[in-house]
Design a protein around this ligand. Sequence first.
Ligand code: NAD
Ligand code: AKB
Length: 324
Amino acid sequence: MHNDRILITGACGQLGSELTLALRNLYGEANVVATDLTPPKGGEIAEGIFEKLDILDGEQMATLVRKYKITQIYHLAAILSAAGEKNPKMAWKVNMDGTFNVFDVAVEQKVEKVYFPSSIAVFGPNTPPNYTPQYTIMNPRTVYGISKLAGERWCKYYFDNYQLDVRSLRYPGLISYKTPPGGGTTDYAVDIFYKAVAKQPYQCFLKADTYLPMMYMPDAIKATLDLMHADFDKIKLRGGYNLAAMSFCPSELATEIRHYEPDFQVSYVPDFRQKIADSWPQSIDDSKARADWQWKPDYTISMMTQDMLHNLKLLQNQQEEVLV
Ligand code: NAD
Ligand code: AKB
């Protein structure tokens, strides 16, 4: 582990801003290179090595991999589901060409391991929605989901044909308080907390009874690191592993929040994201991840809700102190 040098794409996003810190803690600040389109605007992530990198620029990517003698790439940069539907060709280009650049640079420069995050968006309206199995009908209907499913298949292709040790997880919607989400369909489950803490009503863009699989960020980080640290022989799937923690709908989350903020009001005005959510599973069977590399989540909806409110209130108090 101490000889590893890691490059992260999309490091300033919702996942990257926390995964980068976890990787720096494990591997040392000097061994982790955060990259993104623009430098971080302050925060802990700004404290380590940062390089500007557009993942569509394969030459610059190769230069950085050479310069830092990179041995592992965590390829997080992508355009998410809701943002992707606004500019489908652009989303396809970033998600596919960027991934090819990562895989090709990794093969050319003998990078030892690559991480490719997939998503529940690989599933579609013909998929069995409850306890969705690892292998089933997929047929994603968003450009994001199509690109993630294609990305998974290319993971397997590069593993089979170029012996690239690439590993992948199908994350549910991720919930966190450090960095806001970047344009997904599950974003309501983060936005709602900001309104609750500000003591304002929340207008939800999904219907009250829309069940989706979700996960708290510490579990997502744990799953990612466990997968990447698992022995080579334990990784039986080279597409994305199904991964689960909790499933709930907006009205259930509002009820949880009301245990701490009894006056919290939520209204429901579904928009184009409803159709996307309706095409995704409601719950996930992650038994393969549990069997192959002993995955087990820690956080329930009530633990997550308590922790989100606690931390957002702390941040709010810190901001108020700065203003005084
Ligand atoms: P995000 O939108 O918050 O962050 C993505 C980052 O990629 C941004 O910082 C953005 O600047 C960067 N980026 C976009 N285009 C780029 C380009 N051309 N070159 C370099 N950087 C570029 O996304 P996230 O939530 O942090 O997601 C990270 C990964 O995890 C993505 O691949 C996403 O598909 C996957 N994922 C996330 C979730 C979730 O709920 N957050 C769920 C499933 C899968
Ligand atoms: C999105 O909603 O697009 C993401 C995801 C589940 O991949 N949060």
